[in-house]
Design a protein around this ligand. Structure first.
Ligand code: NAD
Length: 328
């Protein structure tokens, strides 16, 4: 039997809890040590799983002997400092997106990763998804030349709508999520689809963007309409708070002989010619497949093997596009 890999987790809010649930029962990855700046979050976590060990601080957690990797699920602010502490201790880092809003710190960290061969990845959940694999198979070349049925790529459309922001399942998250400095649906949700866009087509350029903000100057964006170009292909974004659905997301890729679409995160649909949209697989099975693959990729990251998780440089490129969209 292969040795278990001990994971330390910093940040025990909504996402930290989700990752703890995902890790439970994994054959290799074993959450062992946890820490959060909020003692109540630590207490809740230990009450739910008394087998976990609470560290006395972030530094103490990172210094824990025998740890293989650090998972960072705090808001973006501390991501770079915690990553660098983990690299100092020789840990592989799996960090939540968005990477950071401090581009200088990100560039210094990326230079260090490159120079020292540090192991680091960012959790864009669609990175290991069957949907992304289908898009890469359909358009294997950055310019969108055809590789399969949908033909030469003509355009990409991203549509997002949220009945309320933050979404109901994030109601317990910190105030940061609704604030302009670090939160908002563009960093939280649109970034996943910009990641997919840039992974398939290469860097995107923002041609026009119209974010709408609350008049208080503090609140996150309430709407965003934008046009971009990636690999010479036009990309349209329409997103906003409103409508009846808690979390509507759809990314349609139109070829000259058909189309593919990601919807509701892991769902995948295909249209041939001008025919009807047809599901490709069961969305919940695709989600499960993507999540199992994600953890397998994390094991590969820890063991220094090739993996498909986005590195910090790829995540920074996503964030640069997102911040350009938010700047308008
Ligand atoms: N990959 C995904 O699908 C996905 C989904 C949701 C959230 N996220 C990302 O996960 C991260 C966390 O989001 P969330 O929804 O869990 O937020 P949250 O507000 O629910 O939880 C954040 C936790 O971090 C703690 N924290 C804040 N600063 C800290 C620090 N300096 N040191 C230690 N702990 C600290 C808070 O006390 C809180 O418990 C964000 O970067 C978010 O964008 C990713």
């Amino acid at each position: 039997m292969q040795q278990a890999l001990s994971i330390g987790i910093i940040g025990l809010g909504v996402m930290g809890q989700r990752m703890l649930a995902r890790l439970a029962g994994h054959p290799r990855l074993r959450a062992s040590h946890v820490w959060d700046a909020d003692p109540a979050a630590v207490a809740r976590t230990l009450a739910a799983d008394p087998g976990l060990v609470a560290a006395a601080s972030a530094e103490a957690l990172i210094a824990t002997p025998g740890l293989a990797s650090l998972y960072i699920a705090t808001p973006p602010g501390p991501h770079m400092a915690l990553s660098n502490l983990a690299f100092d201790a020789g840990l592989a880092v799996f960090c939540e997106k968005p990477l950071t809003v401090d581009f200088g710190a990100a560039r210094r960290t990326i230079a260090r990763i490159t120079q020292q061969g540090q192991r680091a990845a960012v959790n864009f959940s669609l990175a290991s998804s069957p949907g992304l694999a289908a898009l890469q198979a359909a358009w294997p070349h950055p310019g969108g030349a055809p590789g399969a049925a949908p033909g030469a790529l003509q355009g990409v459309e991203i549509d997002l709508a949220f009945a309320a922001w933050p979404r109901p399942w994030q109601a317990a998250a910190g105030a940061w999520l609704a604030q302009r400095a670090e939160g908002g649906f563009s960093r939280e949700v649109l970034s996943h689809f910009i990641f997919v866009l840039q992974r398939v087509l290469g860097p995107a350029t923002v041609l026009a963007s119209s974010p709408v903000y609350l008049a208080d100057g503090l609140g996150a964006e309430t709407a965003l309409a934008a046009q971009l170009q990636a690999g010479g292909v036009p990309v349209r974004v329409q997103a906003g708070v409103g409508g009846a659905l808690d979390d509507f997301n759809r990314m349609a890729w139109h070829g000259d002989a058909g189309a593919l679409a990601l919807g509701d995160w892991f769902g995948l649909q295909q249209r041939l010619g001008a025919g009807d949209w047809q599901p490709l697989g069961d969305p919940s099975a695709l989600r499960a497949e993507g999540q199992v693959a994600q953890l397998a990729q994390w094991v590969a990251l820890i063991e220094g093997r090739p993996h498909g998780l986005p590195g910090f440089a790829e995540a920074l490129a996503v964030q640069e596009t997102i911040e350009a969209l938010l700047a308008g």
